[in-house]
Design a protein around this ligand. Structure first.
Ligand code: UT7
Length: 403
């Protein structure tokens, strides 16, 4: 760690699909009721991705743009883009690479992070250490999910819980002692069967059999995850508060992973903190996995629940099983002064240019490969001549034959 170098959140943004599915909508397709879902989980509705417009990468890109606008940072200033997700755009390449390209973050490295619903906080912890050690100045961390695409909409045990969305933060170096003051990361892989997507990986590659068994859908032992979460949320909170050198009573706001309102209430009771100190927005979004904490953070900021100097705890748990927490001393002046209209216009023009550049570059890649074939650049003149000759032969009738 470099002395006098800290890492703080300077930008934040979120994006959720427009399409909303209410508990009543679900009650039309599975045997459940609004009353059961709300009393057991605290959920009233969730946002669900629609068609090609809403994918993990596109939601992440929109949330990332919003975070960059707040941070007043150019995409080219980013050193790294991290996307935490359990529903990546593809198995590979990384969703983060799609986002880096769409944003025009031309100088940034990019990778995905898989740590279940704790993924965003794992990213935050890693980014803190990269910034504090001097390896990076600005990092974009995004939690983005389209869980609706791996949800069995006929399984009432799971389909009532999950929603889609993305949340992002920009983290930057700062000289004042504020920002991320401590983090805690943990995992217990022996509990991995409690929350799993059984098929599609190396253990069980996709086949007609896996699809007909529904093994490409989330499988969950709800009671086991509930028990684990109710213990680990208070423990991780206590650990990170101790690591930061604070007392629990110093904490102004806890932003927990939004998996179940009852889990949050149980944690509040164990920590002996009033529920007013917990951000709960699960009623409108359901469980959005790695996106839930950054989305909740954005909503806390919008609702003026965070002031400069406030001590916050972000805490989550998820598939793995994993858990993570971050102790944050908020460094940004709140409420933040809105950006001037011309600056905003310029930033949006930059995003527009990045989209255009991406389209043109990818079209160029396709055309280039189409002409040269798989051999790439080797002997490209020869290949080109050969292809042109073949084309001429097929399409231009030689004069002497015409005559
Ligand atoms: O990011 C981490 C992801 N996962 C979690 O955090 C999940 C944690 N677990 C939970 O949130 C809860 O365990 C659930 C909400 C999933 C389930 O609540 P529960 O109070 O643990 O219910 P249960 O599984 O013990 O089921 C109680 C009853 C069962 O009926 P029987 O066997 O007692 O007759 C279920 O079949 O409720 C039934 N049930 C439902 N009834 C109406 C289960 N799901 C539903 C439903 N509507 N959607």
């Amino acid at each position: 760690m470099s002395a006098g170098r800290y890492a703080q959140i300077t930008g934040w943004g979120m994006c959720v699909p427009d399409h909303v599915v209410t508990n009543e909508d679900l009650a039309c397709t599975v045997e459940t009721t609004d009353d059961w879902i709300y009393s057991h989980t605290g959920i009233r509705q969730r946002c669900v991705a629609q068609g090609e417009r809403d994918t993990t990468a596109s939601l992440a890109t929109r949330a990332g743009r919003n975070a960059l606008l707040v941070a007043d940072l150019m995409p080219s200033q980013l050193d790294l883009v991290i996307v935490a997700t359990v529903t990546p755009e593809y198995a590979f390449p990384a969703t983060a690479c799609c986002v880096q390209d769409a944003l025009g973050a031309s100088k940034a490295g990019a990778f995905d992070l898989s740590a279940g619903c704790s993924g965003f906080l794992y990213g935050l912890s890693l980014a803190t250490h990269l910034i504090r050690s001097g390896e990076a100045n600005h990092i974009l961390i995004i939690g983005s999910e389209t869980l609706s695409r791996i949800t069995d909409w006929k399984d009432r045990n799971t389909c009532i819980l999950f929603g889609d969305g993305a949340g992002a933060v920009v983290m930057s170096a700062c000289p004042q002692p504020c920002g991320i003051m401590a983090t805690v990361l943990g995992s217990d892989g022996s509990g991995r069967d409690a929350l799993v997507l059984p098929a599609g990986g190396s253990h069980c590659p996709p086949s007609i059999q896996t699809v007909s068994n529904g093994d490409h859908f989330i499988k969950m032992n709800g009671r086991e995850v509930f028990r684990f979460a109710s213990t680990i949320i208070p423990k991780a909170t206590e650990d990170v508060v101790a690591r930061a050198g604070w007392r629990a009573s110093d904490v102004a706001l806890v932003v927990p992973h939004q998996a179940n309102a009852r889990i949050i209430e149980a944690a509040a009771k164990r920590l002996n903190l009033p529920m007013e100190k917990f951000l709960v927005n699960i009623d409108r979004y359901g469980n959005t996995s790695s996106a839930s904490i950054p989305i909740a953070l954005c909503e806390a900021i919008d609702a003026n629940r965070i002031r400069a100097g406030d001590k916050l705890v972000l805490v989550g748990f998820g598939a793995g099983l994993t858990w993570a927490a971050a102790a944050i001393e908020w460094g940004m002046p709140m409420p933040l002064k809105p950006q001037s209209a011309p600056r905003r216009l310029l930033a949006n023009a930059r995003f527009g240019y990045a989209t255009l550049r991406s389209l043109v570059t990818r079209a160029f890649h396709r055309a280039y490969n189409g002409v040269l074939g798989p051999e790439g650049q080797e002997n490209w003149r020869g290949h080109l001549r050969e292809r042109v000759d073949r084309w001429r032969h097929a399409h231009i009738t030689p004069r002497h034959k015409k005559e």
